[in-house]
Design a binder for this molecule. Sequence first.
Ligand code: NDP
Length: 450
Amino acid sequence: MANVDDIINGFKNSNCAADNIFFQAVDEVLESIKPIIGEPIYNRHNILERLVSPDREVKFKVTWMDDNQNIQVNTGYRVQFNNALGPYKGGLRFHPSVNSGILKFLGFEQIFKNSLTGLPIGGGKGGSDFNPKGKSDFEVMKFCSAFMTELHKYIGPRIDVPAGDIGVGAREIGYLFGEYKKITSAYEGVLTGKPFMFGGSLMRPEATGYGVVYFADEMLKYANKADFKDRICSVSGSGNVAIHTIEKLYQLGAKPVTCSDSKGTIYDQRGIALDTLKDIKLNRRASLEEYAKTHTDAIYTKVEDYPDGGHEVWQIPVECAFPCATQNELNEVDAKTLIENGVQMVTEGANMPSTPKAITLFQNNDVIFSPAKAANAGGVAVSEFEMSQNASMSKWTYEKADERLEQTMRSICKRVHLTAKDYGVDGNYVDGANIAGFKRVADAMIAEGI
Ligand code: NDP
């Protein structure tokens, strides 16, 4: 039987550079679950070795024609990691950086996230190196159709139910759903994040960002700290998760003062103007540089002018920080700056945005820290609500979906908090999330046999 050290060493000796990010995720989880993994039952069933290998990885060619009649070729992927608790469930990412290592990291994290929700969903992830930026709607549609021509063979409402992620929003999900329907003649809930008019759940666009803030609010209560009223917060990113994190922070009385994109950062001391941000990013799909043109008090810093080794968005003194852009976007240098500036809480909205060294610094300096797999589970939870509405041909109201989201996030926080306490690491949400997430999946794997 392989133990934690065998597995970590095996990964370290691997030559596949693309897999480094996957090893980072595995390493973090295995270190955390050391207190529980020694239990003879997990060893006897060789759970560790079974858990770190995906059930299936599918890689395929996607050929499509652009507006200039040129034939383009991209690569598509679906990683079906673990379905002990339910159908594989996890987003599709369209971004030039996508490769099998990134998708294995995201799929692996998804197993624990989905387990923490308490809902019947397994873990998976997929996507393509296709870049939707700068493409016409027609080109995005052609790509989505070509992608689904292959993907449809591996998915189904009881098999694997993809959703959105970076570069995949309601527009892309709509095109993917349309093509699936055309190929299979089945009108079924095979994707979540669909527009409301054909089976989407109200609240799905808001779910991840709102859920992050509900989770953070609950952590403040456990730490006996004041709520969000008048707290100055920083948020990175300006996509789906960042925008709805900012929106919910405002609703709870906080003042979010930053946002960022891949080209630069905005610092608006008066608070980010949400309508402007939505118009730039959701309607016009433009750069944040536009923000500073209409809000002349705001400061725009380009990526090339960021501080040495760090990111501009974490230079701003705040009480609560919400990294909501992408993986490894908050490093050791950024963590030191945040701590020096008095940050009290960091809640991850993006998947694995903080590097391991940054997390250690937060934990050693009494900063309340929550990992993404717990804090950003709201998106997948509302996706599961969409699956149940599709299966029962029903539609929930916005209020019902929001209420269920809030309950789910507060109960995940409680589960993680109590698990950390039970295992003698009170206040350590990383260990609490990994142990609680692991236990539910491992126990199901044992019950289902090999
Ligand atoms: P979007 O595509 O809507 O937005 C991503 C945002 O991050 C964009 O503003 C993008 O900038 C920015 N960004 C991307 N790369 C960088 C970078 N290297 N530096 C700075 N900014 C960057 O994605 P989402 O909001 O959906 O996803 C954000 C994160 O949240 C991802 O980690 C995703 O996996 C995670 N997540 C998303 C869920 C969801 O429901 N959508 C659910 C759970 C997790 P630009 O506009 O220039 O491209």
